[in-house]
Every structure is written in C-alpha cells, then in structure tokens.
Design a protein around this ligand. Structure first.
Ligand SMILES: Cc1cc2nc3c(=O)[nH]c(=O)nc-3n(C[C@H](O)[C@H](O)[C@H](O)COP(=O)(O)OP(=O)(O)OC[C@H]3O[C@@H](n4cnc5c(N)ncnc54)[C@H](O)[C@@H]3O)c2cc1C
Length: 386
C-alpha cells in the first residue's frame, strides 16, 4: 500500500533501489573493512547512476534514496550520503573549474568527498570553529589547526573545509575551502568508532590555499555549511527510517517463527503490541520526514521547524525500534555479524551528528515562539486598526 504522499512511480523507484541495494551493493559492503572507505562500493554507487542523482535530486528524492538504500544496506546509504555531504558545497558554491574537476569524479564514484566542519572544541556550536586561515601575504591563506570526527577522513580525496578568516566574528568570519587531500601539511588519522564507516581526525600544519580553492566568498562560508546541512537534515531522518524499517521487518520475521511456551512469540500479546508500536512510530517518522522534505522542495517558510522535527523524531524512533527488535530477538541479535548487531551500532550516531536531538528541540522551540510572537504582533496590529 503506497504511502499517501508518494506517487506510484516513486513507490516503484524505492522498490528498485531496495532490490539493487540487496542484490548488488550488499555483497560489496560485506567485503569492506570496518572503519575504512569501501571504494568498490562507492564505485558501484557511481556505476548504478545513484551518485549523480545527488546533484539533481530535491530533498524528497534524496530522502527516498537514503531510506531505500538504508533498508537493505546501511553501508551503501552512508557512502552515498557522504559523497553528497562532501560535494554539495562544491556543487552549490564552487567555481566552474572546481565543479568540472571534482563533480564528475564524485558522481562516478572515483573520488571520495568529505565535509570537514567539526573540531575538538566546536561540535554543536559550529560557529565557534577555530581552524585558522591566516593570510599568506600573496592573496592566499595558510590553514593551521584540527578537524575531528570527519567521516571518510583520512582517506577522502578532497575535503570541504570550514576555516576562520576573521577572528572573533563567530559565524560571520568563516570561509569554506576545497582542499585536495594531497596538499602539503595536511595529515590525518583514523578514529576507532562504534559507527562502522570511516571517521577520522585531520591536522592542518600551514596548509596552503588560494583564491582558486574558495567555495563562495571569504567570510561567507558558514552559510555554505548551513545550506548543505539544511538540505541533508531531513534525509538523516530518512536514513533512520530505513534502519527502523529493516529492524521492524526482522522482528516480524523472527517473532512469527520463533517457538516458545508451545506457540510462536507473535501469539503473545505483549509481543504483538510491541511490534504494533514499532510499526506505528516508524510510519509516523516516515511521514514527518516526507513532509519536511516536500516543504524544503516547495521553498516553504517553516522548513527549519519541520526539518528539525523530522530529524528528531526519526532518529529517536529508529533507536527505539532497533532496540525493540534486539529485545524481541534475544541473544542472537547481539552476536557479531547479525543484522541487528550491525543496526544497533549504526543507529546511535545520527542522534548526535548534523545537530544533536537537544539542538533540534532548541530549534523547534525557537521557531514556535517566533511564530507565536509574530501571531501576537499581527493580532495587536489588527486590534489597533479596528
Ligand atoms: C558517526 C559520526 C560521524 C560524523 N561525521 C562528521 C562529518 O563528516 N563532518 C563533520 O564536520 N562532523 C562530523 N561529526 C561530528 C558531529 O557533527 C558532532 O559530533 C556534533 O556536531 C556534536 O558535536 P560534539 O560531538 O562536539 O558534541 P557537543 O557539541 O559537545 O555536544 C554534546 C552534547 O551536549 C548537548 N548539547 C550541545 N549543544 C546543546 C544545545 N544547544 N542545547 C541542548 N543540548 C546541547 C547534546 O546532548 C549533545 O549531544 C560526526 C559525528 C559522528 C558521531
């Protein structure tokens, strides 16, 4: 039964993507090494024409892509999303030369991209970032400092890097640069994380960058970062919905067949009720994600509130659903290599990255009070006119 907001062509496309993920991408993901970039998988995403979609897709299409891949292969989903996150600043703010040099390579899955915003002392408070871009006296800059928790680092081929060009100016003193991985002075190390994909730290020791490396105008880089995150925020929710669906499907299959106390687990009312709750919450999250993405595509005024609600509800729901599925499976779910053991590791990080749950609540509250204040001001104006 199609979800009301999707048309039959979108529903068919999702089914095709799920089949591709299961049949073509899953086997490649299984050959990958945890914590390392899986280049054959990235190349396959390019060969299937999925990466080029990143540069033409609206927010809803991006959500359908991420949700569908996540249902069958989270590694493929993450590889795709990271190509988009790292390359979107190039597509949206890069020069013609930068776009020509990098975007076809990203779309083909030959070049691996990364988005380098976070630092040891600037995570949720990204505007506090301190990576220093000091003028080199010849029209360029030297980058000195550290980036941390950067997906695909240190193996990416290029990084979109956000650095401070004006000290003390907060978000207004940040500049975005495209930094190829082979620049002198740029080194990195992998971090051993719970999440299965590659994440690392980058050290910048006077890395030279020039005007040709700028992504947008100097001191206007924070907007480049936020525009990228605004597009990607609902789709983090879609990733979470895909994982929740995979966990729900596994729970249904397991509880329908597992015998205990002379029947199957599904016959126990508490089990049935748990599965019903998992399904209901997953569907609610899915609809909120689609609504936020559709609002983004329509250029609606309330995108910040909707996107924050979608990311918040979907990532928290996925945690609940995956944890419930583990509970319904018992010990087998915790054995290394089990789908749910994998999902249990995957599901945790999206509640933290691209705006932690608490940050989303703060955004929602701010938007609600803004709307409330605007409505009161309108009412006062009406009253004064009457
Ligand atoms: C798997 C993974 C992949 C990542 N990939 C990337 C990447 O590719 N590029 C990149 O730039 N970064 C990446 N990050 C970093 C991520 O963006 C940061 O972890 C995130 O912004 C939170 O920053 P922090 O970890 O420093 O936590 P902090 O900012 O120190 O926050 C810690 C906690 O404090 C609370 N908190 C913080 N601010 C508020 C607030 N305003 N109101 C209420 N509570 C608050 C929240 O509970 C939050 O979780 C990744 C992180 C993970 C885990």
């Amino acid at each position: 039964m199609p979800v009301f907001s999707l048309d039959p062509a979108q529903v068919d496309w999702c089914a095709t993507l799920r089949a591709l993920a299961a049949e073509r991408l899953r086997p490649l993901a299984e050959k990958g090494e945890p914590g390392r970039v899986n280049r054959p998988l990235v190349a396959a995403l390019g060969d299937l024409g999925l990466l080029s979609r990143l540069f033409s897709a609206g927010a809803l299409e991006l959500c359908l892509l991420r949700e569908s891949l996540a249902t069958a292969c989270t590694e493929a989903e993450t590889a795709l999303a990271l190509q988009g996150l790292g390359a979107h600043p190039v597509a949206s703010a890069g020069t013609a030369a930068q776009r020509e040099r990098w975007l076809p390579e990203v779309a083909a899955g030959r070049a691996v991209a990364a988005f380098a915003l976070s630092e040891p002392d600037a995570g949720s408070d990204a505007a506090a970032l301190a990576l220093d871009a000091a003028p080199d006296g010849a029209g360029g800059w030297r980058l000195t400092g550290e980036k941390r928790w950067i997906s695909n680092a240190p193996e990416a081929d290029f990084y979109t890097v956000f650095a401070r060009t004006t000290p003390g100016a907060g978000s207004r003193g940040v500049t975005a640069f495209l930094v190829p991985a082979d620049r002198p002075g740029l080194t990195g190390e992998p971090l051993d994380m719970l999440s299965p994909h590659a994440i690392g730290a980058l050290a910048f020791d006077g890395v030279p960058v020039g005007p040709d490396d700028l992504l947008g105008e100097p001191d206007h880089g924070f907007r480049v970062a936020m525009n990228t995150l605004n597009l990607f925020r609902p789709s983090v929710g879609a990733f979470a919905v895909g994982m929740a669906q995979a966990a729900l499907d596994a729970a249904l299959a397991h509880t329908a067949g597992r015998t205990a106390f002379g029947g199957v687990l599904a016959d126990l009312q508490s089990v049935g009720h748990r599965v019903a709750e998992m399904a209901t919450r997953t569907e609610a999250a899915r609809l909120l994600v689609y609504a936020a993405a559709a609002a983004y595509d329509a250029g609606a005024a309330d995108v910040p509130r909707r996107s924050a609600m979608a990311k918040l509800l979907a990532t928290e729901t996925a945690q609940y659903v995956v944890d419930s599925a583990v509970q319904l499976h018992g010990a087998r779910a915790l054995q290394r290599g089990h789908l749910l053991e994998h999902l249990y590791r995957e599901v945790r990080a999206p509640r933290i990255y691209e705006g932690a749950t608490e940050v989303q609540r703060t955004i929602i509250a701010k938007e609600l009070y803004k709307r409330h204040a605007a409505a009161r001001a309108d009412a006062a104006l009406e009253e004064a006119r009457a």
